[in-house]
Ligand binder design. Structure first.
Ligand code: ZN
Length: 327
């Protein structure tokens, strides 16, 4: 498994986090499954099952926002070449152009696969699913089985190895889940409140920051807050600032986290308002990976790396919540 991971890591490092330029190796006669994954998180899961039986291209890379991704030159060709498309789903990639290009292709939505298996664990707002389901590793791993089944159907001669790798990946991700939970639960209960710039962390909060009772009673929501309207590229409104300020005061929060692909400018206004009210809150100096997995030289370049990085960053800052003399 380590070798498989290492190969994938090397591939990512060599190709700027998941992009593979078409080469002569990827000829139509190749036995390898030609795969297009919309996001790096999806590609990470798919790669763990396919290993070298597939050539994987990632559509949305680096710091690009998957919610509002616009196709660029060459993307049409990536869809055309793909034998199968894996996407996150649950409304994440909602560009009509992407929907159109996927229409007649073999495809699998990881989010929808998880929703079918555990509908009760889907987080919804105003009847719309929260698409950031990869943020709970124990949920994301549920996508592995359908990936293996699809590859097994496309290349039945390798079905056994797809299923074996899927099983190993499920076991591995279960360990990663436990590791993140143990780390996050080492933060005192009273400090386990996450304020972020974009609402990508609801699944993370429920899985790793909530206390067990809150998870069971579905009352974990106050532990996660993102100003409304702060989707990537959006501007914060006066009303958003007021709501954020009130939440931070109510739960005595001292850290705000930004995300790697979102400007800190808006959230800085929240800090200033709170300062005038005599409450010290700081923006964590390390940004989290929400929708994006970062650049090739960052530790967030694999799904597992991204999740552990987030957990370590959140733990490092929130543990300090009660220590500073200024609080
Ligand atoms: Zn998002």
């Amino acid at each position: 498994m380590f070798i498989i991971r290492l190969q994938f890591l090397i591939l990512l490092l060599l190709t700027s986090c998941g992009t593979r330029k078409p080469t002569a190796v990827e000829s139509p006669s190749s036995d390898k499954v030609q795969v297009l994954c919309t996001t790096a998180q999806v590609a990470s899961l798919v790669s763990s099952v396919a290993d070298d039986r597939a050539d994987i291209v990632v559509l949305i890379q680096g710091e690009s926002d998957p919610h509002s991704y616009q196709l660029v030159k060459g993307d049409d060709e990536k869809f055309r070449r793909a034998e199968v498309i894996f996407y996150s789903g649950l409304g994440l990639e909602h560009s009509p152009a992407i929907t159109r290009l996927m229409a007649k292709k073999e495809k699998l939505s990881i989010g929808d696969s998880i929703k079918l298996q555990r509908p009760e664990l889907l987080i919804t707002y105003a009847n719309l699913p929260d698409p950031h389901i990869w943020m709970d590793v124990s949920l994301w791993k549920l996508g592995v089985k359908d990936i293996a089944d699809l590859f097994s159907r496309l290349r039945p001669e390798y079905a056994k190895e797809f299923q074996e790798r899927a099983k190993a990946e499920e076991e591995h991700l279960e360990k990663v889940h436990d590791q993140i939970k143990t780390l996050c639960q080492s933060i005192p209960d009273a400090y386990r409140y996450l304020v972020t710039t974009h609402d990508a962390f609801n699944y993370f909060t429920r899985a790793y920051l909530a206390i067990d009772d809150e998870r069971q009673m579905n009352t974990w929501q106050p532990r996660c807050f993102a100003p409304e309207g702060l989707a990537p590229e959006a501007q914060i409104s006066t009303q958003d600032i007021e709501k954020t300020v009130n939440h931070i005061l109510k739960y005595n929060i001292h850290w705000i986290f930004s995300e790697s692909n979102i400007s800190q400018e808006s959230i800085q206004r929240v800090v200033e308002v709170l300062k005038r009210k005599g409450h010290t809150v700081e923006i964590a100096t390390t940004a989290l990976y929400g929708d994006a997995m970062g650049s090739s030289d960052s530790v967030g370049c694999t799904y597992e790396g991204m999740m552990l990085f987030n957990a370590e960053t959140i733990t490092k800052f929130l543990r300090e919540s009660g220590n500073g003399s200024s609080y």
